[in-house]
Design a protein around this ligand. Structure first.
Ligand code: NAD
Length: 416
């Protein structure tokens, strides 16, 4: 059974409640985690506040904070394989992807550990007898609501800079994938983080997550996940007048022009939607291709799509299962909707022989061109499903939209 980390202790929920942890690999429960409630969140926020006000964390110098973060990064690397196995079991990712994610987790702590004592204030010339300074201070107690698609990475990206700058953190990982986060918080205690600096409360979003985002003694909240919950978190932050950072969904387009290198573009398009089973907010889930190369290009994409393979983490194929039953049903609903709308499946990958029957495996699916207003073309599916379009005017349309990000992200246009 996994625990939470509150005030330097590895603890269960105060009311003893637990949740089953289901692996998407076989659809079976393999451990439990505490079902934290508002009372557990309150303890964690109080511990974080005390660590800043009267505890050791508030007195830790930037230099020593940096050293602790670097030490945590090193400890993550020492436990790399064990954390990677946990992450892949929890999320279903291929092992090589989980290993890369754990390496990234360590890098976040190393990077921000190095930055901890290099963020300085300013002195501003004003007028005689005045001394004007900008002093950078921590915000205080920071709340971090983490999604399940890249739990380890998102935890590192969110928490490492907050701790480096002297904030205390209370983390609510996603109920679907949180084991690598709890383990990393336990490693933080081992390497010497003082009690209350980093707390992790597990549980359901509508219980522990809502209690954390609405807690009256947090100074900042950051959230990554669905648009619907993002709005709730923003409302809660507004009620308490605290800063709020949201990272929500997307429906990113890949735009391919006639001078693109097929050799480079095709694998990038397939990876862009199939990596992590399509569960990435920047997944390239729409494909716009210039008319002059459409047939030839789509033939190449279809051939590459047909070679994708889905399997267990140990099989280490193109991708693994999607994270949970509801995500599995959601992606399959979109596929069914596409077929009901008259679209054709142009190519699909295969699910490897020998995967457990109750796992959440979805074939990567390439659809024929959809109407602009169709759900497949406009909504974030968050699965390995790609829709395509032929446009004579792909270039003009993108330019008229005046979205420089589109150009910066292009890997297959003239600039490269
Ligand atoms: P979600 O938004 O419900 O969950 C994300 C996090 O928010 C989890 O930690 C969850 O426990 C927490 N949460 C849920 N309800 C909450 C509440 N009322 N208050 C505070 N926290 C709450 O996401 P989901 O339902 O697991 O996934 C649904 C969709 O969200 C996906 O299909 C995808 O479109 C999107 N998503 C996007 C990202 C991303 O990286 N941008 C990540 C995960 C999910």
């Amino acid at each position: 059974m996994a625990n939470m980390v509150i005030n330097g202790q590895s603890v269960a929920a105060q009311n003893g409640g637990t949740l089953d942890v289901i692996s998407p690999v076989d659809g079976k429960s393999f451990t439990t985690l505490p079902r934290g409630q508002a009372a557990d969140v309150d303890l964690a926020v109080k511990a974080a506040r005390a660590a800043l006000d009267s505890g050791a964390w508030g007195k830790t110098t930037a230099l020593d904070r940096g050293r602790l973060l670097v030490r945590l990064g090193e400890s993550v690397l020492e436990h790399h394989e064990e954390l990677s196995l946990l992450e892949s079991r929890d999320t279903g990712k291929p092992l090589s992807t989980a290993r890369a994610d754990i390496t990234a987790l360590a890098r976040y702590f190393e990077f921000y550990g190095g930055a901890a004592d290099k963020v300085h204030g300013q002195t501003i010339p004003y007028q005689e007898d005045y001394s004007v300074q900008v002093i950078r201070e921590p915000l205080g107690v920071t709340a971090h609501i983490i999604p399940w698609n890249y739990p380890a990475q998102m935890f590192g990206r969110s928490v490492a800079p907050a701790l480096a700058m002297g904030n205390a953190a209370v983390v609510k990982p996603a109920e679907d994938a949180c084991l690598s986060i709890v383990s990393t918080a336990e490693l933080a205690l081992e390497v010497g983080f003082p009690p209350g600096a980093l707390n992790v409360v597990t549980g359901l979003g509508e219980e522990a997550g809502a209690a954390l985002s609405g807690h009256s003694d947090i100074n900042f909240v950051t959230f990554t996940g669905s648009n619907e919950v993002g709005v709730l978190v923003q409302q809660a932050a507004a009620r308490n007048a605290v800063k709020c950072v949201l990272e929500l969904g997307g429906k990113s387009a890949h735009i391919v022009f006639e001078d693109a290198s097929f050799k480079r573009a095709v694998p990038a398009i397939v990876k862009g939607i199939v990596h992590n089973a399509g569960q990435t907010c920047t997944a390239g889930s729409r494909l716009l291709v210039q008319k002059s190369i459409y047939e030839a290009f789509m033939k190449a994409v279809a051939e590459a799509f047909a070679k994708t393979r889905v399997g267990t983490p140990e099989m280490d194929l193109t991708c693994g299962p999607v994270v949970n039953r509801s995500q599995f049903d959601r992606v399959n609903r979109y596929i069914a909707r596409g077929l009901a709308d008259g679209l054709k499946i142009v190519a699909e990958g295969t699910i490897a022989d020998g995967v457990p029957a109750d796992g959440y495996y979805v074939k990567p699916t390439l659809f024929s061109a959809a109407a602009h207003e169709s759900d497949l073309f406009t909504q974030e599916i968050f699965g390995p499903v790609l829709d395509r379009e032929r446009r004579a005017s792909a270039t003009r349309r993108a330019r008229h939209q005046g979205r420089p990000g589109v150009y910066q992200r292009l890997w297959c246009g003239r600039r490269y």
